[in-house]
Design a protein around this ligand. Sequence first.
Ligand SMILES: [Zn+2]
Length: 73
Amino acid sequence: MPIDPVCGMEIGEETEFKVEYGGKVYYFCSPHCKAQFEANPEKYIKEGGMEHGHGMHSHGHGHGHKKHGCCHH
Ligand SMILES: [Zn+2]
């Protein structure tokens, strides 16, 4: 059973939604998934390579410098 690489659903081989890419045929459950794949095939082809993005945590230290704008004489 082919699997829709976009949503992970099992697809019947009689589906009309298929794309040949890189010498392989990919099947899709819907035109929506097919369009998603065609827009960014590399994203869905990567197998077993779940990349853990080490996102830089930006600690926003908001030092609020209060300025006393009073006129002290
Ligand atoms: Zn799908």
